[in-house]
Design a protein around this ligand. Structure first.
Ligand SMILES: Nc1ncnc2c1ncn2[C@@H]1O[C@H](COP(=O)(O)OP(=O)(O)OP(=O)(O)O)[C@@H](O)[C@H]1O
Ligand SMILES: [Mg+2]
Length: 310
């Protein structure tokens, strides 16, 4: 099964750059899929791949593919799947009303996130040809919701299953029937969904398969946001592999830049203290662009640890 690496962090800190650098580096030896879950994709831009209408999948090289998840497309697939299930269970009169409700739901922000989660989960659970699947994610809040989704979904699913069983029990009592839970299509769907969400939850908490890399800059807001996010992932038992301190300034003879460097040092000290038990990886501020920067950062990140050799 593929190893999964999530790259997350505050907006603009260098997530896409670091995720792409890792993907680039790993693709020298392994088969890699780089996935962007950020609605504002820029992964393809970093590799200078021209946009193709209605395309979300790009082959960059023999070992590196790029997928920019199209939330709208996935949302439509997701809603069609639910409609199909409703068709099998509901009478035509009710179905018409339910379809109207589903069409409204399909344009809600929640549906978009659920659809991205569906796609992400399918990639993680499916036995793909990739040694590594690297997720370049949207800024922290969005990504944390995505990753902690199974836990909240599971609780909700369990309460729905309980309610459905209660209804079935009352129905059985009324018609004096024996336990016929297994023939109820609604319950079957809920239970299979529950088991699927439990599977994804287990994988996300498996450090042998999944790791999370936080990218941050040595400044106040990035530090505070990362501190909160790391605490959340620790609470959910999700393995944090690296905390990347990106764009570390070089020493300078210019008083302005040296002033900034001194301020940065204060935060580097705070970060080193706060995350002393984590694997901290500083990345310098580079002048190169695109593939130059990918190669250099990829080398620095890979030097630390080769997850595939675990
Ligand atoms: N180590 C670095 N040295 C120099 N420039 C960098 C470095 N890392 C990232 N950059 C530049 O910083 C900018 C933001 O980087 P990037 O797009 O990777 O951030 P992001 O966290 O993915 O942003 P968003 O939250 O918008 O998705 C880009 O112009 C990128 O080239
Ligand atoms: Mg990005």
């Amino acid at each position: 099964m593929s190893k999964i690496i999530f790259v997350g962090g505050k907006g603009g800190v260098g997530k896409t750059t670091c995720a792409s650098s890792l993907a680039w580096k790993y693709s020298k030896k392994y088969k890699v899929l780089l996935v962007s879950t950020d609605p504002a994709h820029s992964t393809r831009d970093l590799f200078d791949i021209p946009f193709k209408k209605d395309e979300d999948f790009y082959v960059y090289s023999e070992n590196l593919d790029i997928l920019e998840i199209d939330g709208e497309k996935e949302s439509n697939i997701y809603i069609s799947k639910i409609k199909k299930q409703c068709c099998e269970m509901l009478s035509p009169v009710i179905l018409c009303e339910v379809e109207k409700q589903l069409d409204t739901a399909s344009i809600s922000p929640g549906a978009y996130e659920s659809a991205i989660f569906e796609k992400m989960s399918r990639l993680i659970l499916k036995n793909t040809e990739y040694d590594y699947i690297i997720f370049d994610t949207a800024p922290t809040g969005h990504t944390l919701r995505l990753i902690t989704f199974p836990t909240s979904m599971n609780t909700w699913m369990e309460s729905l299953i309980k309610k459905r069983k209660k209804i079935l029990m009352l129905k059985n009592m009324k018609f004096n029937k024996k336990n016929k839970f297994s023939h109820d299509s609604v319950l079957n769907i809920l239970e299979s969904r529950h088991s699927w969400i439990s599977d994804i939850s287990k994988v996300l908490m498996d450090p042998a398969r999944v790791s999370f890399n936080f990218v941050m800059n040595a400044e106040k807001l990035s530090f505070l946001e990362t501190k909160r996010a790391v605490k959340t992932l620790d609470e959910y038992g999700i393995n944090i592999d690296k905390i990347i301190i990106n764009r570390v300034l070089p020493d300078s003879s210019d008083p302005f830049w040296q002033g900034r460097k001194d301020k940065e040092k204060v935060f580097i000290d705070l970060i080193s203290e706060e995350f002393r038990e984590k694997n901290l990886t500083p990345i310098p501020y580079f002048l190169e662009e695109n593939t130059g920067i990918l190669e250099t950062i990829g080398n620095l990140l890979k030097q630390q640890r080769d997850v595939a050799s675990n």
